[in-house]
Design a protein around this ligand. Sequence first.
Ligand code: NAD
Ligand code: TDX
Length: 332
Amino acid sequence: MVGYLVTGGVGFIGSNFVRHVLNTCDASVTVLDKLTYAGDRRTLDGLDPGRCSLVVGDIADAALVDELVPRHDVVVHFAAESHNDNSLREPWPFVHTNLVGTYTLLEAVRRHDVRFHHISTDEVYGDLELDDPGKFTAATPYNPSSPYSSTKAGSDLLVRAWVRSFGVRATISNCSNNYGPYQHVEKFIPRQITNVIDGVRPRLYGAGANVRDWIHAEDHSSAVLRIIETGRIGATYLIGADGEKDNKSVVELILTLMDRPADAYDHVTDRAGHDLRYAIDASALRDELGWRPAHPDFESGLADTIAWYRDHEDWWRPQKAATEAKYAATGQ
Ligand code: NAD
Ligand code: TDX
């Protein structure tokens, strides 16, 4: 049985990965999570307590991390401050968790020689022009735009340095925008779905021409597991499912799927430094590791996600008012 330590395993993608590993592998999982505003322990409800346990703590707590790491075979590092808009309001927690936290984990896996997988984002590459035929590859130069993406870029570079200088056994993955159940209502898709449920018009930043490359969180999880099991040590893999959509089309699709007029949304103040377009070339992952997404149809994945938010109001409702109050302060 493989023992996983999953940081941020109570958050949106981390909890999806925990369920995926427990459903598909002979494995046990310890989740290390600080339970910030973005972490809700109910996300792990229903999992076998004999195979999954939660330690509440900070990844930057060196003593705690040093005690936990040697008791596991693999560390999978999802924990992060993850929201661009928050990073524009208050950058410090991003430096603490994404940089100091990742450093703390790297020192522990170095000391105890434990396999490490680092979860990162396509945002480290900056953005592409809307009409650029190219996509991000592992050779694209780093050019992050926001406090969030710059701290993620820095964390990737720390991992690479610890691989090269200290022989840490690590891999990195940079994934595009995820959607699916358990995503916090601060993020674009759940914010608009829950606004529509509340009878509030969706909010599109600027003209809504910005493009994101959407992937279902379950496909992110299966790709990460494939990389952990068969990826080359020291390699970086880009994860994506050819899901490019502009934000305006996504809002219109949400409204249509929820039986509202497709134009029943408002344009609001644009995000500062708003990246124009992300697009992932995942051919290395497909060709080298044989990975394929199981949810390539965005419209049906979005319909399922809308149904999940309709059925799980008890999960998201407690976060909704405070999240909207933060947006109201910036006119968004
Ligand atoms: P999330 O905000 O939903 O969850 C983050 C989790 O980390 C929360 O449970 C939180 O409590 C925990 N956490 C935060 N600071 C911590 C600390 N100091 N110590 C321990 N736990 C802490 O984030 P998410 O959307 O699930 O993203 C997970 C990872 O995936 C992040 O590394 C993010 O950069 C990356 N990623 C996200 C996307 C996306 O579309 N959401 C895309 C690509 C990569
Ligand atoms: O109300 C909104 N209106 C709007 O137009 C919100 C919240 C967002 N947007 C736009 C901004 C982006 O162009 O929608 C797009 C998606 O926004 P987010 O959900 O905030 O995601 P993004 O900034 O693209 O970053 C996400 O993908 C990469 C995750 O939050 C990151 O953690 C991940 O690294």
